[in-house]
Design a protein around this ligand. Structure first.
Ligand code: HEM
Length: 123
């Protein structure tokens, strides 16, 4: 019961992080001259903290350990570092530049791979 609540909260925070990242990216791509509202810069930090917190909580409940009994989780956490790096690259790049598009595409690829690993646990 507790597991299901934490897992579904975790998945909700995953959906919100992807949504907010896309909102920020596409708003900047559509109107490069318009600065993003402050709230759109602050909320992602709250959400990402909750995402991390529920992830750690799930590790405690499931006893999955990265590169211990769950290699998929180890790779997923490495991809998380890559997601953060590419996300920073995207946010710092000027809109509509090659750097911004590449950062965006690579960030989305990382998230997709993380969802795949968590869902199917291929190794
Ligand atoms: C962008 C970051 C993240 C994404 C996209 C993501 C994605 C997901 C998804 C989609 C699930 C549900 C899998 C299912 O269908 O059963 C899940 C479960 C899980 N996640 Fe994450 N997650 C992220 C961050 C984290 C972090 C930071 C941790 C650990 C510190 C973590 C640890 C876990 C664990 C232990 C599970 C439970 C797996 C299970 O019970 O089957 N996740 N994650």
């Amino acid at each position: 019961m507790q597991y299901l609540i934490v897992k579904h909260s975790h998945m909700l925070f995953v959906a919100i992080t992807v949504l907010l990242f896309n909102l920020r990216f596409w708003l900047r791509a559509a109107k490069p001259e318009k600065p993003l509202s402050k709230i759109l810069k602050i909320i992602p930090h709250f959400n990402d903290t909750l995402l991390l917190f529920t992830g750690l909580w799930l590790m405690k409940i499931t006893r999955f350990t990265p590169f211990g009994n769950a290699d998929w989780l180890g790779v997923k956490l490495l991809l998380l570092l890559a997601y953060i790096g590419f996300g920073m690259m995207t946010v710092r790049a000027a809109p509509r530049t090659g750097r911004a598009w590449a950062g965006y595409a690579l960030s989305m690829l990382c998230v997709a791979a993380m969802v795949y690993l968590a869902r199917y646990k291929p190794f």
